[in-house]
Write a protein that binds this ligand. Structure first.
Ligand SMILES: [Zn+2]
Length: 236
């Protein structure tokens, strides 16, 4: 059976002498695709087998789990991401996380989110870590744990000194309501997460924060996502 589907290559792995296996994020979930001959230097489908490539893929399936790549119309290779080390690292982490949370139901949402944010990382002059934090908060919402950042989720108090993020429930809590699974975030980190959450994609370029703080926030949010889904996600 032939399937025509838009997709982003999340990862690829050498397979046999000249082939590669690809993992493709599509609106119908994550597909495993055999790309024959793409390791040959002049292979026509080589660009379609590279991570980050977004295209319209024509796949065949003769039963079983693995599809075979027939042709692909590349829409954007996002090649620019590879020109900067931080962009590349963040892009790879975004693909990694997408691959871990995608299923048949959320495929389209995750693909659209990834496309929007890869566009920013590749083509817009901004702090890529801001984009990464935005991505993580959007992923949390997608898996059903939208962060409620306006007041303590338990008692409704406004935050004054410290804020706690419960890594089991995803609730944002005040010092009186924190639990044993809460990690503390400084008011500064809290303010930054809140600002990034409230800023739409087009205006992220106007946000500038210290990179070390953004990295620390990413670490907390990654831990949160991993706990929720009971999966392992390595840090940046
Ligand atoms: Zn409270």
């Amino acid at each position: 059976m032939d399937t025509k589907v838009k997709g982003i290559v999340l990862a690829s792995k050498d397979y046999k002498e000249n082939d590669k296996l690809l993992w493709l994020l599509t609106p119908i979930g994550k597909l495993t695709v055999l790309a024959k001959g793409v390791k040959k230097p002049k292979a026509k489908l080589k660009p379609a087998s590279m991570p980050f490539c977004f295209g319209e893929y024509l796949l065949t399936n003769k039963g079983g789990e693995i599809y075979t790549l027939t042709s692909c119309e590349v829409i954007d290779s996002f090649f620019d991401i590879t020109s900067d080390y931080d962009s590349f690292l963040i892009g790879c982490k975004m693909l990694d996380i997408a691959g871990k949370i995608v299923n048949e139901e959320n495929g389209l949402d995750i693909m659209l989110l990834l496309l929007k944010l890869l566009n920013l990382v590749a083509y817009v002059d901004l702090n890529d870590y801001v984009v990464f934090v935005k991505y993580l908060t959007e992923i949390l919402s997608n898996i059903g744990f939208r962060l409620n950042l306006d007041k303590c989720s338990k008692c409704g108090e406004k935050f004054l000194t410290k804020v706690y993020l419960d890594t089991d429930t995803g609730e944002v809590l005040c010092p009186s309501c924190k639990t044993s699974s809460s990690v503390d975030i400084t008011i500064n980190e809290y303010t930054i997460i809140r600002l990034i959450c409230k800023t739409d994609f087009d205006n992220l370029k106007n946000l500038k924060f210290d990179e070390t703080v953004l990295k620390n926030i990413s670490k907390i949010l990654i831990k949160n996502i991993a706990n929720k889904l009971n999966i392992t996600i390595k840090n940046l």
